[in-house]
Design a protein around this ligand. Structure first.
Ligand SMILES: C[S@@+](CC[C@H](N)C(=O)[O-])C[C@H]1O[C@@H](n2cnc3c(N)ncnc32)[C@H](O)[C@@H]1O
Length: 341
């Protein structure tokens, strides 16, 4: 079983995807106190809660696969796009990964980020990351994938996935998963019929109630409150969950249900990220934090499919290698027979 180390682990969505594909997470790091509470309730590995900048590589156990959905505000269209120059230092965190890659030499690196990472600063940001990894010997693959096309999850969520291999053979055998049909419906995930806690509904006294009534006409889709108006999204698809939903009423996905207009519950937000229904939401973490954690996380089935593709590449390369040995042994036998070697 290949050992993974998870950086910027959040609530561990990437960890779940790799574990479901058969990998073992032996180390995880996350410094946000609230996300750590959620992580600890749902994962067995002991979480390192230090700022990663304070963690010497010598204190990280050896591992084969680096997992990292590193902070993306600096690269995101929704943020200020300051990239590596981000004044809060968030753009520089890639270089912590670079430091750990240099010291630990994991054979595989998996990175996840916002789609805009590729286009940021006219492609310069991604070129820097790419050449940093190539300079350390990694062969790089990357692909932008939408959860509704690749994860059978009805969320419009495009993310870039980067996979790097030290081994040329495994790299040659790797390809990202293909698209699959979307069979899961928003109605399988969100409660349109039964009632949830009263606090999620907007009563007639809500300041935006008239706007909701005017804009939210269908029970077939998911809406978003955009400060002053309701935005309708593609039919039967949830818009991209964001880290700032649940703060200031901005970007909270809304649905029209049999019992009225309401926002999604935190549980529904994790479910539309493909988390299992057994995922535990800690009682001592406020909903505003849970919304942020869900929005910051990943679509687990997409991660699992990529992790499976990594396993297929390793298996294929191993079988090519062992076939090679058989061929070599056969040749030796032939040679042995002919020339008495
Ligand atoms: C985009 S989120 C990753 C979410 C994760 N992939 C998941 O499935 O939940 C980035 C995470 O990095 C954490 N983070 C940011 N700076 C950090 C630092 N210096 N040290 C450790 N963690 C940090 C944030 O708290 C946040 O949870």
């Amino acid at each position: 079983m290949l050992a993974c180390a998870s950086f910027f682990a959040g609530v561990g969505g990437i960890d779940f995807g790799f574990e479901q594909a058969g990998f073992d997470v032996v180390y995880a790091n996350e410094f946000c106190e609230k996300a750590s509470i959620t992580y600890k309730q749902n994962h067995e590995v002991e979480l390192d809660t230090r700022d990663i900048r304070d963690v010497p590589s010598t204190e990280i156990p050896d591992f084969d696969v680096m997992l990292a959905g590193f902070p993306c505000q600096a690269f995101s269209v929704a943020g200020y796009r300051q990239g590596f120059d981000d004044e809060k230092g968030r753009g520089n965190l890639y270089f912590e990964l670079e430091r750990i890659m240099k010291d630990k030499r994991p054979s595989i690196v998996f990175l996840e980020n916002v789609k805009n990472l590729v286009g940021h600063d006219n492609g310069r940001t991604f070129r820097i990351i790419r050449s940093s990894m190539e300079g350390m010997g990694y062969k790089i693959h990357h692909k932008v994938m939408n959860a509704c096309d690749y994860g059978d999850i009805p969320q419009n969520r495009e993310r870039i996935y980067v996979v790097g291999f030290l081994d040329d053979g495994v790299s040659d055998c790797f390809s990202f998963p293909d698209e699959i049909p979307l069979e899961t419906d928003i109605g399988d995930i969100f409660e349109f019929e039964s009632k949830v806690d009263d606090k999620y509904y907007y009563g007639e006294d809500a300041y935006m109630y008239d706007e909701l009534k005017r804009g939210m006409t269908s029970r077939e889709t998911v809406y978003q409150w955009r400060r002053k108006y309701v935005r309708e999204n593609k039919s039967r698809l949830c818009p991209t969950l964001t880290a700032n939903m649940g703060t200031g009423g901005h970007n909270v996905p809304l649905i029209k249900t049999r019992h009225g207009f309401r926002k999604l519950t935190p549980k529904e937000c994790f479910m539309i990220q493909g988390f299992d229904s057994s995922f535990v939401l800690p009682e001592n973490v406020a909903n505003s934090h849970l919304y942020k954690q869900a929005g910051n996380s990943v679509v687990v089935p997409v991660i699992k499919r990529i992790a499976n593709s990594i396993i297929s590449a390793i298996d294929l390369e191993n079988s090519i290698q062992s076939d090679g040995i058989i061929v070599t042994q056969d040749l030796m036998a032939v040679n042995g027979g002919r020339w008495g070697i």
